[in-house]
Design a protein around this ligand. Structure first.
Ligand SMILES: NC(=O)c1ccc[n+]([C@@H]2O[C@H](COP(=O)([O-])OP(=O)(O)OC[C@H]3O[C@@H](n4cnc5c(N)ncnc54)[C@H](O)[C@@H]3O)[C@@H](O)[C@H]2O)c1
Length: 461
C-alpha cells in the first residue's frame, strides 16, 4: 500500500487516483476547483466515464480515497505525488505549462521530506527538468525529489478499463530507487513496463498520439479518394486491415478527430520540431486533412439538400468528441454545428450525455433535444457526428415520418445504407458507395470497363 496524492481531478487525475485506490493504495485527489471537490466528496462523478462513479463510491466507503482542495496537506501526507493537470494549447500552439508550473511550485512549498513526483500531464521533453527546478526553488529544506515521467494513454469512454489493463506503462526516470517504487506501484496491473529517460518518455506520448491522428487522417484521405473514385471504403478498409502490419484499429473514416488531446498534441509536437528547426510536414498534413474533413462534411450536407443548407433544418446526432463521454472539448460535431449555423441553417441536436455542455456553448442558437427522435422532428437532414451505441438501432421508418426532408449523412459510417434507403431516405456516408446505386445498378468490375495497359507500357510512355 502506498500513500499517494494526485493533483488535478480531471479525466486523467480522477481515473488515476480512483484506480490506484481500487488497487489498495491510500489516495488523496486534489483540485483547485472547489465545486468539483464538493461533488466528489458527495460521491458524484463530475463527468461521465463508464465504471468511474461506482469505483469512486466504493473506495470512498472503504476510506482509501478522499478529495481535497488542500494541496500542501495532500503532498505532506503522500510518498508519491502525481501531477495530472491540464496542458492546453497556448496562443502560439505550444503546450501551456502554467498549471504544471503552479503545481510544481506548490509541491516545493509543501515539501517536508523526500518524495517521488510523477508527471502524468502530456508536456514537452524539458518538463522534467522544469518540475525539478521549480520544486527546488520553492522548497527551503532541499529534500531529495525524484521526478518521474509517466505519460498516460487512457482513452475517455473506456478510461477505467484502459487504466486497469494498459498495453504498457512508460516510466521516464534515471533514479533507480524511484523506478523501483513505480514498478511496485504498477505491479498489480501485470503490464509490460518501458523504462527510459524523461525526455524519451515525453516523446513516446507525443509520438503515440501523432501516430493515432495520422491513422485517422490517412483513412479519411483514402475515404475521400474513394468518394471521388466511386470505390467503397469499407471494403478497402477490410482489405488493408487484414494485413497485420496495418491492422483495423483507429482506421474508421469519419468527420475527423477532435477532443482535448489529439489536435493539441499534434500541434505541440509540430512546435517542438519547429523550435529545433525541423519542419514536420507529415504532421501539418495530418492536421490539414483533419481540418478539411469538417468542410467536406458540410459540403455533403449541402449536396444532399440540393446545394445549400441556408434556411434548412439540420438534426445533428452525437455531440461529444467520441462515444461514452460527455467531453465536448474540440468535438468535431460542434465545429460542424458552427459551420452549419454560419451558413444559415437551423440546428437541432441530440447527445445521450453531453447536452449540458453543448447548451452552455450554444445557448439558444440551437435546439438541444433530450430525446433523439425529437431532434429529427421537422428536419431536412440528419447528420450523425458521433457513433454512440444507441444510434446503431435507429428506426429509420420512424425517422422518415418525423423528418421534413429525406437526407441522411452518416458521418461515422455507422448506419446500414440499405436500411436507410429502404425507409425512403437518401444515404450519404464517408467514402461509401451510395446504397441505391449498389442495389439497383451494380457496377461491372473495373477491368471489364476500362482495360488498363500493362505496367511496363505505362512506365515507358
Ligand atoms: N483526457 C485524456 O483522455 C487524456 C489522456 C492522456 C493524457 N492526457 C493528458 O493529461 C493531462 C490532464 O488531462 P485531463 O483531460 O485530465 O485534463 P482536465 O482538464 O480534465 O483536468 C485537469 C484538472 O486539473 C485541475 N487543475 C488545474 N490547475 C490546477 C492547480 N493549480 N491545482 C489543482 N488542480 C488544478 C483542473 O481544475 C482540472 O480539474 C493533460 O496533459 C492531457 O494532455 C489526457
Amino acid at each position: 500500500m502506498k500513500r499517494i496524492a494526485v493533483i488535478g481531478t480531471g479525466y486523467v487525475g480522477l481515473v488515476t487516483g480512483t484506480c490506484f485506490a481500487e488497487l489498495g493504495n491510500s489516495v488523496i485527489c486534489v483540485d483547485n476547483n472547489e465545486r468539483k471537490i464538493e461533488m466528489l466528496r458527495a460521491g458524484t462523478a463530475p463527468f461521465h466515464e463508464p465504471q468511474l462513479a461506482e469505483l469512486i463510491a466504493r473506495n470512498l466507503r472503504a476510506g482509501r480515497l478522499s478529495f481535497s482542495t488542500d494541496l500542501a496537506a495532500a503532498v505532506r501526507a503522500a510518498e508519491i505525488v502525481f501531477i495530472a493537470v491540464d496542458t492546453p494549447t497556448s496562443e502560439d500552439g505550444r503546450a501551456d505549462l502554467s498549471a504544471v508550473r503552479a503545481v510544481a511550485a506548490s509541491i516545493g512549498n509543501a515539501l517536508d521530506r523526500p518524495k517521488v513526483v510523477v508527471s502524468k500531464s502530456t508536456a514537452p521533453m524539458e518538463t522534467g527538468e522544469l518540475i525539478a527546478s521549480l520544486i527546488a526553488e520553492n522548497s527551503t529544506d532541499h529534500h531529495h525529489v525524484a521526478v518521474v515521467s509517466n505519460p498516460e494513454f487512457l482513452r475517455e469512454g473506456s478510461a477505467v478499463a484502459d487504466f486497469m489493463q494498459p498495453d504498457r506503462i512508460v516510466l521516464g526516470t534515471n533514479d533507480r530507487a524511484a523506478e523501483a517504487i513505480m514498478r511496485e506501484l504498477y505491479r498489480p496491473l501485470n503490464a509490460p513496463i518501458v523504462v527510459t529517460d524523461i525526455r524519451t518518455s515525453k516523446m513516446i506520448k507525443y509520438a503515440a498520439n501523432a501516430f493515432l491522428a495520422t491513422k485517422i487522417s490517412f483513412m479519411n484521405e483514402i475515404a475521400n479518394i474513394c468518394d471521388v473514385a466511386g470505390v467503397d471504403v469499407e471494403t478497402v478498409q477490410r482489405g488493408i486491415g487484414l494485413d497485420h502490419r496495418i491492422g483495423t484499429q483507429s482506421m474508421r473514416p469519419g468527420i475527423g478527430f477532435g477532443g482535448s488531446c489529439l489536435p493539441k498534441d499534434l500541434q505541440a509536437l509540430e512546435k517542438i520540431a519547429a523550435g529545433r528547426q525541423y519542419e514536420a510536414s507529415l504532421l501539418s498534413a495530418v492536421a490539414g486533412v483533419n481540418r478539411r474533413q469538417i468542410g467536406r462534411t458540410c459540403d455533403k450536407v449541402a449536396a444532399a439538400l440540393d446545394g445549400s443548407v441556408t434556411g434548412k433544418t439540420v438534426a445533428v446526432l452525437g455531440l461529444a468528441f467520441k462515444p461514452d463521454t460527455d467531453d465536448v472539448r474540440g468535438a468535431p460535431a460542434l465545429l460542424l454545428i458552427e459551420r452549419l449555423l454560419s451558413a444559415g441553417a437551423s440546428v437541432r441536436a441530440h447527445d445521450p450525455v453531453a447536452l449540458e455542455a453543448v447548451r452552455a456553448q450554444f445557448g439558444d442558437r440551437i435546439v438541444a433535444c433530450e430525446r433523439m427522435y425529437d431532434a429529427l422532428r421537422g428536419s431536412d437532414a440528419l447528420v450523425l457526428a458521433t457513433e454512440w451505441n444507441e444510434y446503431k438501432t435507429v428506426d429509420f421508418a420512424r425517422v422518415k415520418t418525423l423528418m421534413r426532408g429525406d437526407a441522411v449523412i452518416d458521418g461515422r459510417n455507422l448506419f446500414d445504407p440499405a436500411a436507410v434507403v429502404a425507409a425512403g431516405l437518401s444515404y450519404t456516408g464517408i467514402g461509401r458507395r451510395k446504397a441505391a446505386a449498389t442495389e439497383v445498378e451494380p457496377q461491372p468490375p473495373r477491368e471489364q470497363v476500362e482495360p488498363q495497359p500493362p505496367r511496363e507500357h505505362t512506365r515507358a510512355s
